[in-house]
Design a protein around this ligand. Sequence first.
Ligand code: FES
Ligand code: FES
Length: 171
Amino acid sequence: MATYAFRLNGRSVSVDSWDPGQPLLYLLRGALGLHGPKFGCGLEQCGACTVLVDKQATRSCTMPVSRAAGRDITTLEGLGTIEKPHSVQAAFIAEQAAQCGYCTNGMIMTAAALLSRTPKPTLEQVKQGLAGNLCRCGTHTRILRAVMRASQPPPRVALRRATPKQSEGGV
Ligand code: FES
Ligand code: FES
């Protein structure tokens, strides 16, 4: 049995495995108890298992645990917190961009990696960036809207000092 050490969501962790080829996804969901990444196809075809490895969106269903050693891995759980969600997580909530939610992990992680490389993508770039992530529920329109929303700074609201009305005793 070998031990593999890496950074996971900002913490140093180590896991034991008999098989250096064991997919990272199995250890994330099993020994490490993180259920953000999902098992969809197991063949790098759907994107449900996506995590960030050294900031790159990576399919954890086929990544051998031996390749995780010494790397910096982020899962959906480490992207933001309930109190302070990542901008993509906040935008998915605001746009209600999920139905069954099975694809949501992969969509968010892939979008977060895309926005870290290209903070102001065009809609076409977002479509291309998410083209490898499947959504069986047809939530694509909301997902695209959420990613575009995450790439926009919140609109600035101009605050004007209220003028006291005569009826309220103003002069
Ligand atoms: S479960 Fe990894 S790509 Fe489908
Ligand atoms: S919301 Fe169900 S697969 Fe995308």
